[in-house]
Design a protein. Sequence first.
Length: 180
Amino acid sequence: MSEDRILTREVEATLIPQGTPMPLPEGEPVTITHRLGGNYTVMTSNGMYRIKGVDGDALGEEITDEIKKTDAAHSGPPDRDALWESIKKVFDPEIPVNIVDLGLVYSLEVNEQLDGGYKIDMQMTLTAPGCGMGPAIAEDAKYQLEGVPGVSEAQVDIVWDPPWNQDMITEEGKMVLGLI
């Protein structure tokens, strides 16, 4: 369901699909087309943009406390299921399926660090090598992973081998996209 809004303040947005950061001015008419993973995809007269969830107030949205902190009482490695669930909150702003169900996540490794924390190393790909949104999607994944108790650091690398294809989409993802 699309909703027309007027920005109540200037926001830093990301032009889709180029991935170029651009300011959208206060008073700019926008249409919210998607609310995915806590972020917003909007259309303006100049194109499609992603606005981060922390700037949702500029759209008239209520901002919930999304800032996650690692539980200091947590000991041991992070829960693997929690890691996978965290990155299921990450979406390509043009596709209404999370990066896990799109088949974009190739590996997720938990590595103990000398200081006792755990670093997550994730490799992912994109649906197309020319996708300018790659850095923004990788940043979203890093943010989500670092919010899981036990994670002290996350690194997300974009790789191109093997090349992504539609066969990598999960059954759930295919259902959302109407491919089955």
